[in-house]
Design a protein around this ligand. Structure first.
Ligand code: DOR
Ligand code: ZN
Length: 429
């Protein structure tokens, strides 16, 4: 069925504009974007959607999701993660390889894509492992993985400790036109840590993870980008020091890109005081000064993308003593309101905020999407930016509920998601 979205504000992150428009969708494509009142469609031939007061944005693209399949289906599957994604306004998810077995060979990549086809919700882009078994010893077959459908490479969850191996990975990936997404962590400093090392960890008696454990590896990766002339993407940037290193690398003209996750600009280490294991993430929530630096990094374009690092865990891994609990929080269904907070706080313009959730991550991954123009594939979301609500556990589509934002007041919500011209999510309440 053809779709006629009426009187919404179309946000074009590429042109940097937002304009009141109607959007017509036909045969899976954006057929028209025109001022309201101009289009005269025949009644009954269209599914008509009133979008007045709403934003029409390109479908969000998450370049860093954990879907847990194969191996940890009790936490999330491609189907449940895809559902959480479309509920949150995402039309494409790049899923990390730390599954069981890890996505380090063609058969696992193909399996994930098969499950994605079966789930038929949003686009799924597998990110394959850099090293076999994510053990940091031997490179995987990048060409083979690319042919199977992997779009990028990462050992996310684990660093590639050997600089020599990382150098080869950057060269080999560049040859294949695949991005390397670096989980920058010096394990010799972070091992045994449970939260950011600082005044709060000292006070509440938890072992710390110093900012330096991230910054040392960010600098190592920047040095390798300089040495090889190959691009590197830094995942989940959390510290002021990392922002400064990436700023300087960009000024130097190196091919370095970076992402952060909404929790790094929405919360700081004081949130851990009550030992709520849902606040335990890796890298950890940092200081208020780091939060400010992350926001400044986003505003200045030092940080290119906002990715969720959606990390579902069950109560088996989370209802434990803080030190024993797993790292990670879900994020697909809260990324949008938390990012819109940056717009309300004047850190980012609306088109810029949307660009960091769409065009920029799509470009870094080299996947389609991220723009909303006539003729483009109809992947889009209709957002109510003014909707105020308290996040309830029962509203969460993800199989896991490990979000510290449950019970918190949020503003801005995705109402409807379209993938390839088909409505895949519509909010009922
Ligand atoms: O908090 C995290 N959770 N950080 C990671 O690097 C991995 C992730 C996970 O897989 O749970
Ligand atoms: Zn991750």
């Amino acid at each position: 069925m053809k779709i006629w979205i009426k009187s919404g504000t179309v946000v074009d992150p590429v042109k940097g504009t937002s304009k009141k428009s109607d959007v017509i969708i036909e045969r899976g494509k954006v057929a028209e974007i025109l001022p309201p009142g101009v289009f005269k469609g025949e009644r009954g031939k269209f599914r008509e959607i009133d979008a007045s007061g709403k934003l029409i944005v390109p479908g969000l693209v998450d370049m860093h999701t954990h879907l847990r399949e194969p191996g940890y289906e009790y936490k999330e599957t491609v189907a449940t993660g895809g559902m959480a994604g479309v509920a949150g306004g995402f039309t494409a998810l790049a899923c990390m390889p730390n599954t069981m077995p890890p996505n380090d060979c063609r058969s696992v990549t193909e399996f994930i894509l098969e499950q994605a086809k079966r789930a038929d919700r949003c686009r799924i882009y597998p990110v394959a492992a850099i090293t076999v078994g994510q053990k940091g010893e031997r490179l995987t077959e990048f060409g083979d993985l690319k042919e199977a459908g992997a779009v990028a490479l990462s050992d996310d969850g684990w660093p590639v400790t050997s600089s020599e191996l990382m150098r080869r990975a950057l060269e080999y990936a560049h040859y294949h036109g695949m991005a390397i997404i670096s989980h920058s962590e010096d394990r010799s400093l972070s091992e045994g840590g449970a939260m950011h090392e600082g005044s709060v960890s000292t006070r509440i008696g938890l072992p710390g993870i110093p900012a330096a454990s991230e910054e040392i590896m960010v600098y190592r990766d920047i040095c390798l980008a300089r040495l090889t002339g190959c691009p590197v993407h830094i995942a989940h940037v959390s510290t002021a020091g990392s922002v400064e290193l990436i700023r300087r690398a960009k000024e130097e003209g190196l091919s370095v890109t970076a992402e952060t996750a909404p929790h790094y600009f929405s919360m700081d280490h004081r949130a851990v005081v009550g030992y709520d294991t849902r606040t335990k993430v890796n890298p950890p929530l940092r200081t208020p000064e780091d939060v400010e630096a992350i926001k400044a990094g986003l505003a200045e374009g030092v940080i290119d993308a906002i990715a969720t690092d959606h990390a579902p865990h069950s109560s088996l891994e989370k209802d434990l003593e803080f030190e024993r609990a797993a790292f990670g929080m879900i994020g697909l269904e809260t990324a949008l309101p938390l990012t819109l907070e940056l717009v309300r706080g004047k850190t980012l313009s609306l088109p810029d905020a949307i660009k960091k959730l769409t065009w920029n991550p799509a470009s870094i991954l080299g996947v389609p999407g991220g723009s909303l123009t006539i003729g483009s594939v109809a992947d889009l979301a209709i957002i109510d930016p003014e909707c105020e609500y308290v996040l309830r556990e029962e509203d969460i589509q993800s199989k896991s509920k490990n979000s510290p934002f449950i019970g918190k007041a949020l503003k801005g919500r995705n109402d409807l998601t379209i993938v390839g011209g088909r409505i895949v999510w519509e909010r009922k309440t």
